[in-house]
Ligand binder design. Structure first.
Ligand code: DQA
Length: 147
């Protein structure tokens, strides 16, 4: 099963960006952790990050076209991008929304995600484990769906 692990705006700055909120490990460390677990779970992961919303829309269209599962951290787009939501709706893969930080304990504008309603699940506040648990959830669903 192919899983696209898509991270949005500013997530390439992990390790440098607000370490008290996002931790001291880098985006490269996150990719390494996802790849290691994917190998263990027998998933094929493709990890990508962009600060460009149009690029993220294209990647979601690609996921829909190739029937990939998606782990999506939309970053700040979570809170207002209806375009991203419309693209996420097309993914049948399934799509799991993740956040590193506990968005519900932060500023009010972070408490609502326009993506959550079209994700099969949302994992928030567990740092790298948010991504890793999403991969485990996808692996479990794939196994359940297998004949
Ligand atoms: C985030 C939370 C968002 O509110 C924020 O804009 C981000 C990262 C997270 O992973 O905690 O960029 O999605």
């Amino acid at each position: 099963m192919k899983v696209m692990v898509l991270s949005g705006a500013n997530l390439g700055r992990l390790g440098l960006r607000e370490p008290a909120v996002y931790g001291s490990r880098s985006y490269g460390d996150l990719v390494a952790a996802c790849r290691e677990l994917a190998t263990e779970l027998g998933l094929e992961v493709d990890c990508r990050q962009t600060d460009d919303e149009a690029t993220m829309l294209r990647w979601l269209h690609e996921a829909a076209d190739v029937d990939a599962a998606v782990v999506l951290n939309p970053g700040a787009w979570s809170h207002y991008s209806y375009a991203l939501r419309d693209a996420a709706t097309q993914v049948q893969g399934p799509l799991v929304e993740v956040h590193l930080s506990q968005t519900h304990a932060r500023e009010a504008f972070r408490h609502h995600s326009v993506i959550s309603a079209v994700a099969v699940g949302t994992i928030t506040g567990l740092g790298f484990d948010s991504y890793l648990l999403a991969l485990r959830a996808i692996a479990a669903r794939v196994r359940l769906a297998a004949p």
